[in-house]
Design a protein around this ligand. Structure first.
Ligand code: BV8
Ligand code: ZN
Length: 242
C-alpha cells in the first residue's frame, strides 16, 4: 500500500526535502490558483502577477495583493502545515521549499523554509530596492518607500528570476534528499516544478500528496490522494489510525 511504503521510506530517511504549493493552504481557506474558485479563474496571471501589469497599473495590482493579504491574515495554519513543522523537528536534514507567499509555514513553526516565490508580507522599493516586512492590513495603497518611491510586493512575478541563493539552496536540498515530498501543487510552474525531476534524477523516493492526479503523477514513486491536512498527519504520525 502506498501509505505504508511512503511511511517506511520517511522513517528510514536522514535527509528529506518537501515542495509545497497552494493546495496545502486550501484547508486554511486560501484560494488556490487553478482550482474551481481559483485565483486564475477571476484574473489572468499576466494581468496581476507580472512586472508589466504592475508598470501598467500599480493600483489594480496592489488592490489584488491587499485583498489576498486580508484573506491570509484571517487564516490559520492547518494540520498539514503543522505536520511538516513536526517532521522537521524529527528529521536530521530537512528543507521545506514553498511556492506559497502566504507565510503559513512560518506561522506553523517551520524553520528551514525556502520561500522561492517570495512573501506577500514583504514590500520592496522599486527604486532603492530596500526590502522590509509589513503586516499592516489593509495597506494604505499604493505603499511607498521612505525614499519616496513606489513599493511593490516582495514576491517573484512571472518572467522574473527566483532569488539566486534561495534557489541554489533549494536545488542542493533536493539533490541531497532521500525522500522528496510534493504536496498540493499542480507542478505547472517552472523552475519550481523542475525540482521534482531533479529529485528523481538524484535517486530520491518521490511521494506526491494531492486531492487529484497531476502532471507528474505518472513519474512519482507513489501518489497519496486526499486533502493534505488529513493525509500528512496520517503519513507522518505512525500512531494515527490509517
Ligand atoms: C522565470 C508568486 C525566467 C506571485 C508565482 C519552462 C517551461 C514553461 C514555462 C516556463 C519555463 N520556465 C519559465 C517559464 C515561465 C513561467 C512558468 O512557469 N509559466 C507556467 C505558467 C507555464 N515561470 C516564470 O515566469 C518564473 N520565472 O522563469 O524567469 C528568468 C530567468 C532568469 C532571468 C530572468 C527571468 C517565475 C515563476 C514564479 C511566478 N510567481 N507566485 C503570487 O503568488 O502572486 S507562481 C504561483 O503560481 C505560485 O507561487 C505557484 O508557483 C503557482 C501556482 O501553482 P500551485 O501552487 O501548484 O497552485 P495550483 O492552484 O496550480 O494547484 C494547486 C494544487 O493543489 C492542485 O493540483 C490541486 O489539485 C491541489 N489541491 C487543492 N486542494 C488541496 C490540494 N492538494 C492537497 N490538499 C488539498 N486540500
Ligand atoms: Zn526606496
Amino acid at each position: 500500500m502506498c501509505l505504508e511504503k511512503a511511511r517506511a521510506w520517511i522513517n528510514q530517511a536522514s535527509s528529506i526535502a518537501v515542495l509545497t504549493g497552494a493546495g496545502i493552504s486550501a484547508e486554511s481557506g486560501i484560494p488556490t490558483f487553478r482550482g474551481t474558485a481559483g485565483l486564475w479563474k477571476q484574473f489572468r496571471p499576466e494581468d496581476r502577477a507580472t512586472p508589466h501589469a504592475f508598470a501598467r497599473n500599480p493600483e489594480t495590482v496592489w488592490e489584488w495583493y491587499d485583498w489576498r493579504r486580508s484573506l491570509i491574515s484571517q487564516a490559520q495554519p492547518n494540520a498539514g502545515h503543522l505536520a511538516l513543522a513536526e517532521l522537521e523537528r524529527s528529521t536530521p536534514r530537512f528543507a521545506l521549499i514553498t511556492q506559497n507567499v502566504d507565510g503559513l509555514h512560518q506561522r506553523a513553526g517551520s524553520h528551514n523554509l525556502l520561500e522561492v516565490h517570495g512573501s506577500i508580507w514583504k514590500l520592496r522599493c522599486t527604486k532603492c530596492h530596500r526590502e522590509w516586512h509589513d503586516q499592516t492590513v489593509p495597506l494604505m495603497l499604493p505603499p511607498h518607500c521612505e525614499c519616496g518611491a513606489l513599493a511593490r510586493p516582495g514576491v517573484v512575478w512571472f518572467g522574473e528570476a527566483l532569488p539566486r541563493d534561495l534557489w541554489s539552496s533549494a536545488e542542493d536540498a533536493t539533490a541531497a534528499s532521500d525522500v522528496f515530498l510534493v504536496v498540493g501543487t499542480s507542478a505547472a510552474v517552472y523552475p519550481a516544478a523542475g525540482l521534482i525531476h531533479l529529485a528523481r534524477a538524484s535517486g530520491a523516493k518521490v511521494v506526491e500528496l494531492n486531492t487529484e492526479e497531476t502532471a507528474i503523477s505518472a513519474e512519482v514513486d507513489c501518489t497519496l490522494l486526499g486533502p493534505a491536512g488529513e493525509i500528512l498527519p496520517q503519513l507522518l504520525n505512525p500512531n494515527a489510525q490509517t
